[in-house]
Design a binder for this molecule. Structure first.
Ligand code: ARG
Length: 481
């Protein structure tokens, strides 16, 4: 199923004359046609045509079941199925004419079917309603969207893990409060994002599992007197089971809210990474270089190479989070069961999924292409006394000093280095002894950033040996099918 594919079919006609005066689909008790503003507010065809495939597949499954249950003759079933296949071809090839007067994808398809096969088309809607139909279509679409996003996130994880492997021993400053804290490895830093994407994927998988119940056959809200087989249509559409309550089946949009929420959290993760890329590519940091493929120049300042893709990923996060807000506000306060408000579920969800998909792809490209600058990272790490914690730990372990005292002594030594304008490892032993008599030559073993990083061997720690193990583990956890 192609969720990211653009709409197919020709442009939408503003009116379909035969359907305008009194709607042939439901106009039995209507004397006049809709007002001009109604014609504009009512239709969803401009956006719900996007799930025409899901709509046709749902109709075919429903028709096949009606025949199996003896509700529809085999001849009518065959005509419906053939007609729907032809409509598929028309939409795919762009010759289908969508009509706003026919409101939505469901009525557009059914109307075309009537043009093709006559009265038998009218029997397709037996035992179902647009309410269960639209919920079914949306769920099928959302299911495909979770699969597509999962594949895109997996590709991003691969790019992160590959870069991590190349930078297992590349030392950079680790920050807290954006102040140099302790030396870490760049590979370790990148793997942190692979973990975040892993949780994003598991949220999508969870959402997919919960949404995979079929609304089809719930009809308008109460079920139907026809002897339909909801297990059969559920199975043929790949659902795990039919939704148990017909009211819930047509009024549930949890799946849309959940998918938008999962997309929003993922977008926040991408935005944090994007922010780091913006910082790292700045002249003040120069930790990484992005490729020409993901940067832009300035029309006035020739020296500039801007991280526009990263800034846009950061900026588009607002849209994805906005979609979640829009969806939840639409649903808030809706009484059972269906309300036309729910037609407003589509555009935010489509936008959230499209936007997130694009952001993931752009991020994957930036990460796959980026070049780290170990020298710039190295000189940045030297500037911030990043081994002060190692010195304090050494005072504890080698001299038996209580940690609080060690913290104080270290603070005085840092102050000294600051006054001298040098790093901790550049201080004379005598200078350190002047602060605390017990310090001896062994202290230099812990003052280098390499020693500091190498020592952090606890599980999940930044030592290159540990990071190399984590690279292999991440490949096994995230990239093997
Ligand atoms: N276009 C509608 C939607 O997207 C389809 C369901 C219409 N149902 C109804 N009872 N008017 O929600």
């Amino acid at each position: 199923m192609t969720n990211h594919s653009p709409n197919t079919g020709s442009e939408t006609e503003t009116t379909a004359s035969e359907a305008k005066a009194a709607n042939t689909m439901w106009g039995g008790r209507f004397a006049s046609g809709p007002a001009e503003a109604m014609e504009r507010i009512n239709p969803s065809i401009d956006f719900d045509r996007r799930f025409w495939r899901e709509d046709i597949l749902g109709s075919k499954a429903h028709a096949e079941m009606l025949v199996a249950q003896g509700i529809l003759t085999a001849a009518d079933g065959a005509a419906i199925s053939k007609g729907l296949d032809e409509i598929w071809g028309e939409i795919e090839s762009g010759t289908f004419t969508f009509s706003r007067a026919l409101e939505d994808i469901h009525l557009n398809v059914e109307n075309r079917l009537r043009e093709k096969i006559g009265d038998a088309a009218g029997r397709l809607h037996t035992g179902r309603s647009r309410n269960d139909q639209v919920a079914t279509d949306m769920k099928l679409w959302a299911r495909g969207a979770t699969d597509a996003l999962d594949a895109e996130l997996k590709a991003l994880q691969k790019a992160l893990i590959d870069q991590a492997e190349a930078n297992v021993a590349t030392i950079m400053p680790g920050f807290t409060h954006l102040q140099v804290a302790q030396p870490i490895t760049f590979g370790h830093h990148l793997l942190a994002y692979a973990e975040m994407m892993g949780r994003d994927r598991s949220r999508l998988a969870d959402c997919r599992k919960r949404l995979n119940e079929s609304p089809l056959g719930a009809a308008a809200l109460a079920g139907t007197p026809y002897p339909i087989d909801r297990d059969r249509t559920a199975a043929s559409l790949g659902f795990d089971r039919p939704a148990a309550n017909s009211l819930d089946a047509v009024s549930d949009r949890d799946f849309a809210m959940e998918l938008a929420a999962a997309a929003g959290i993922c977008a926040v993760h991408l935005s944090r990474l994007a922010e780091e890329l913006v910082i790292w590519t700045s002249q003040q940091f120069r930790f990484v270089k992005l490729s020409d493929a993901f940067t832009t120049g300035s029309s006035i300042m020739p020296q500039k190479k801007n991280a526009d893709a990263a800034e846009l990923v950061r900026g588009k996060t607002g849209r994805v989070l906005g979609a979640f807000t829009a969806l939840t506000v639409v649903m808030k306060g809706l009484p059972m069961a269906y309300g036309k408000d729910m037609q407003e579920d589509k555009e935010p969800l489509f936008d959230a999924v499209d936007t997130l998909g694009l952001c993931i792809q752009a991020t994957t490209g930036m990460i796959a292409d980026l070049e780290s600058n170990p020298e710039a990272m190295r000189s940045a790490v030297e500037r911030g006394f990043p081994t002060a914690t190692d010195l304090a730990d050494w005072l504890v372990s080698a001299l038996g000093m209580p940690f609080r005292d060690a913290h104080h002594v270290t603070g005085r030594i840092v102050k000294l280095a600051e006054e001298r304008g040098c790093g901790l490892a550049d201080l004379d032993l005598d200078d350190m002894k002047a602060v605390h008599q017990g310090i001896d030559r062994r202290v230099y073993d812990v003052l280098s950033v390499e020693a500091s990083v190498r020592a952090r061997t606890s599980y999940g720690g930044t030592a290159p040996d540990r990071v190399a193990e984590q690279v292999a583990a991440a490949r096994a956890r995230f990239l093997t099918p």
